[in-house]
Design a protein. Structure first.
Length: 417
């Protein structure tokens, strides 16, 4: 008789998703800052950042691989090592001379790092109970956002002290280290794969079940809304000079400090009682994003940049934690192709990051920093208002996502267990 499969500890997902977090941290801080330093216009940087999110939108095209042939943990290890290799190739090309080639290589490398998300998301859904998924989602965002911001700070520090090739090599080593951790997860072998047509038919049926189920359908609609995208996070380093903030300030504010506050914001989501509807809390997280970035309108001073960016990144951690939990809830424990459906939902959720980053750039091009800030805040505030009106006018009952006896407000000691 085979030994029972023991579920992984929720905190392990902070390390499993860390490679993807470092890549996102690279795109959010060092990439826009170094491009701006090289003289690339902010609206062009916005376009590059928007295109950099494209693999996350298209991940559903290759995510079915994760649900067949190999275990998800094996695919996760392969994706992590592929992510490390691709960073070594495109990071040395940052500058105004190789923008097209650099952007193309970032897109190709995005296939590998998006597979990290697909495999990790499938493991989260298939190896953990519904209650454990909530804790794992918070820890996911600790590694994804908090670790990513710290990774961005490390890349900034390395790039200021050594050639970009060496900085890329050092960062790739850090990314590759968690690649051995997936094999510590006890995961059953995948079932015998169906024919390709049969698999696509089943995936289509699972997507149709999401569309026809009212609660899951509304939750999926929230994922494509502009609420809580945190899109301006990818452009804040590019406009930091307008507030008198330089390389050192960005390293500490967006990098080290940003990693800490985003991790704290993510873990704060675990203290929300289970009786609070996750759709409502996702909308609230978006409103917190909006109010935080509006602080940057106060004055063009370093202190304003420090306060506004800190609040914005903390709100992002809170909001994105609910994003992951909402994804896991939509997928559900009964879904067979969990990695594929999780990736489809992430593709849906990545679309607003793309179009809001682009729109933020358009706002900057026509109206300067005020245009960028108001566009980023406006989308979240409108969605939050609509959600509250729907709950109030149509009398939708705020239901717990899990039974009360399965998920209660977490004490700090429960979060790390």
């Amino acid at each position: 008789m085979s030994a029972p499969h023991r579920p992984p500890a929720p905190w392990l997902f902070s390390l499993l998703i860390l490679p993807l977090g470092i890549i996102v941290g690279f795109k959010a801080t060092p990439l826009p800052f170094l491009l701006a330093k090289a003289g690339v216009p902010v609206d062009r940087i916005a376009t590059i950042s928007s295109l950099g999110s494209l693999p996350g939108v298209l991940v559903f095209l290759w995510a079915p691989l994760v649900d067949i042939k190999l275990r998800r943990r094996t695919w996760l290890a392969i994706a992590i090592f592929g992510t490390a290799l691709s960073l070594c190739i495109y990071l040395p090309l940052i500058g105004s001379s190789h923008l097209t080639l650099m952007t193309a290589l970032i897109l190709v490398g995005g296939i590998a790092d998006s597979m990290v998300l697909a495999a990790c998301g499938g493991l989260l859904v298939r190896t953990l109970s519904a209650a454990a998924q909530a804790k794992a989602s918070a820890w996911w965002q600790v590694g994804f956002m908090g670790g990513g911001a710290l990774g961005g700070a490390v890349i900034m520090w390395l790039a200021a002290r050594m050639p970009l090739f060496a900085a890329g090599l050092c960062t790739a080593v850090v990314i590759a280290l968690p690649g051995f951790l997936p094999f510590s997860i006890s995961e059953p072998a995948p079932p015998r794969s169906q024919d390709l047509q049969g698999r696509f038919t089943r995936i289509g049926q699972e997507i149709w079940e999401v569309i026809r189920t009212p609660r899951r359908r509304w939750s999926a609609l929230l994922l494509i809304s502009p609420a809580g995208t945190g899109a301006a996070m990818f452009l804040l380093p590019a406009i930091a000079s307008h507030y008198g903030v330089g390389t050192t300030g960005i390293t500490w504010i967006n990098g080290v400090g940003g990693g800490i506050v985003m991790a704290a914001g993510s873990l704060c989501a675990t203290f929300i009682p289970s009786s609070w509807d996750r759709r409502l809390m996702y909308a609230v997280g978006g409103a917190l994003n909006a109010f935080a970035i509006l602080v940057l309108l106060v004055a063009n001073r370093p202190l304003v940049y420090l306060v506004g960016t800190t609040l914005y990144l903390a709100a992002n951690g809170f909001s994105w934690s609910w994003f992951t939990t909402l994804q896991a809830e939509i997928v559900g424990l009964e879904t067979g192709d969990a990695s594929t459906l999780f990736s489809v939902l992430n593709s849906v959720g990545s679309l607003p990051v793309m179009y809001m980053t682009w729109l933020d750039g358009v706002g900057f091009r026509h109206f300067g920093m005020h245009g960028l800030i108001w566009i980023d805040a406006g989308g979240s505030l409108v969605v939050c208002a609509i959600v509250f009106l729907v709950f109030a006018i149509w009398g939708i009952r705020i239901e717990p996502s899990f039974p009360a006896n399965e998920l209660s407000p977490k004490a700090w000691s429960d979060i790390v267990s």
